[in-house]
Design a protein around this ligand. Structure first.
Ligand code: GDP
Ligand code: GDP
Length: 435
């Protein structure tokens, strides 16, 4: 299920970042924007009362003639357009400013769920200051202190109430038609070659392609008939050559990437090999890994690299994407098409493995053989193993004592090799069992 989007807007210094940090608590920002035009923008994942949502800190709003500020304003406008809920943060110690008024007018016309957050109400005595903002015509303001956490819980209750569609636990309920068609997200930073690759994938004369409405607002998916069966590529509008759309500020392409990862069963992580593995690539990879989706790493523009550079990039992958050690790495040129034919089979294998269940008897034989060849330190023993779940394959090991992480990785490797899980992430859980 795609997390809804909450945009935080307001003048500089009203406390937007403080509020976002308060909402997010100790959770880390998943996307750190490149140093931006005027300041960094960020998208963070948040959760309240069991609801997950994304929070975009838009950085500020200043409608002046200055080009830089105009750009910031455009981003805020964009945030308003895309958001499910908008938090307009104002400073209760300052009162209503002309800019607050102007933004409020825009928000009233946008017909969005808007909450006015009167910030810096650090104690009850200041609450009366907050009421001035009722004049903005956006409903009763929420007096909070982002700094001290005062009444931020009430605010979050109100935010969550306004989020669209209750979370549905049952995955299938959220799926559109064609539930059997596996969904694949093509993700990567701008300009790594996603569009070129996508068009190469569907450009083959034999391929049958049709667009279907996606599950997120305004999104289009493309279903492609492949030798491995149909595959649904999610959120492809920005990648179709004919309908190349302006994706706007980079953080929006990142929000979209995060949303498509959540909707997909597998991801193609496209990396521009000429630039090596960047920090942003690493962040996306972490996110794919956290979603538990199998991933195929695609090193694009490979044809432009000399031998030395190729070696360097491979070392980069080994070091920076070590946590995806199970993922296949394909070296391709989306431009010339070299290596592209390997993608669909790699994806097919990943998706297959993702849904696979292995026989319990055979699993236990594999685990016992692994222990025979190489017993766990300290006399620990796995007594029994079972696959508790698929999507991704999850194994429960009943052990006499805790197993060290290195030993778990060893067992994981043995299970992966024996059952040919390939690029699919596996989860191993250990339960203590006397014996
Ligand atoms: P932004 O520019 O809107 O993101 O604002 P910041 O979050 O950077 O905050 C601007 C300043 O206001 C900082 O010095 C904060 O410490 C301060 N501030 C933020 N929230 C509160 C609050 O609830 N009470 C008080 N007294 N100060 C606050
Ligand atoms: P996107 O933003 O990730 O969709 O990237 P595009 O597909 O628009 O590609 C960005 C640029 O990289 C374009 O100029 C492409 O022609 C170029 N490009 C894409 N794939 C390759 C490749 O395999 N080799 C080379 N040399 N250039 C490529």
């Amino acid at each position: 299920m795609t997390p809804p989007l909450v945009a935080v807007i307001g003048r500089p210094n009203v406390g937007k970042s403080t509020l976002v940090n308060r909402i997010v608590g100790r959770r880390e920002a998943i996307v750190e924007e490149q140093p931006g035009v005027t300041r960094d923008r960020k998208v963070v994942e948040a959760e309240w009362n069991g609801r997950d949502f994304l929070v975009v800190d838009t950085g500020g709003w200043l409608a002046t003639d200055d080009g830089i500020d105009a750009q910031v304003s455009r981003q805020a406008e964009r945030a308003i357009a895309e958001a499910d809920v908008v938090l307009l943060v104002v400073d209760a110690t300052v009162g209503v400013t002309e800019e607050d008024d102007r933004v409020a007018g825009l928000l009233r016309r946008a017909n969005k769920a808007v909450l006015v957050v009167a910030n810096k109400v650090d104690d009850g005595g200041r609450e009366v200051d907050a009421w001035a903002f009722a004049g903005l015509g956006l409903g009763d303001p929420y007096p909070v202190s982002a700094l001290h956490g005062r009444q931020t819980g009430d605010l979050l209750d109100a935010v969550v109430e306004r989020l669209p569609g209750k979370e549905v636990d049952d995955d299938t309920a959220a799926q559109p038609a064609e539930p059997d068609v596996p969904a694949v997200a093509i993700v990567g930073r701008p300009n790594v070659g996603k569009s070129t690759l996508f068009n190469k994938l569907i450009g083959d004369d034999r391929s049958v392609v049709h667009d279907v409405p996606g599950t997120t607002r305004d999104s289009i998916d493309t279903v492609v008939e492949t030798d491995e069966g149909p595959i649904r590529f999610v959120d492809t509008a920005g990648m179709r050559r004919k309908s190349r759309i302006d994706e706007g500020p980079e953080y929006y392409s990142l929000v979209r990437a995060l949303q498509s990862i959540d909707r997909a069963e597998a991801a193609l992580l496209v990396i521009d090999a000429t630039e090596g593995v960047t920090h942003q690539d690493q962040r996306l990879a972490e996110r794919v890994d956290a979603a538990g989706s199998p991933v195929v790493i695609v090193l694009n523009k490979w044809e432009t690299l000399d031998a030395e550079r190729r070696e360097h990039v491979m070392a980069d992958v080994g070091r920076r994407l070590e946590f995806l050690g199970y993922a296949p790495v394909l070296k391709i040129s989306a431009l010339t098409g070299k290596g592209v034919h390997k993608l669909i089979p790699a994806l097919g294998q990943a998706i297959d493995a993702y849904h696979r269940r292995v026989p319990t008897g055979e699993l236990n034989q594999v685990v016992q053989a692994a222990q025979g060849a190489h017993p766990a330190p300290g006399g620990a023993r796995v007594l029994y193993a079972t696959q508790g779940a698929a999507d991704p394959p999850t194994f429960t090991l009943f052990a006499s004592r805790p197993l060290p992480p290195t030993y778990l990785r060893y067992l994981e490797r043995k299970i992966r090799e024996h059952f040919e899980f390939g690029p699919t992430p596996l989860k191993l859980r250990v339960r203590r069992r006397a014996g």
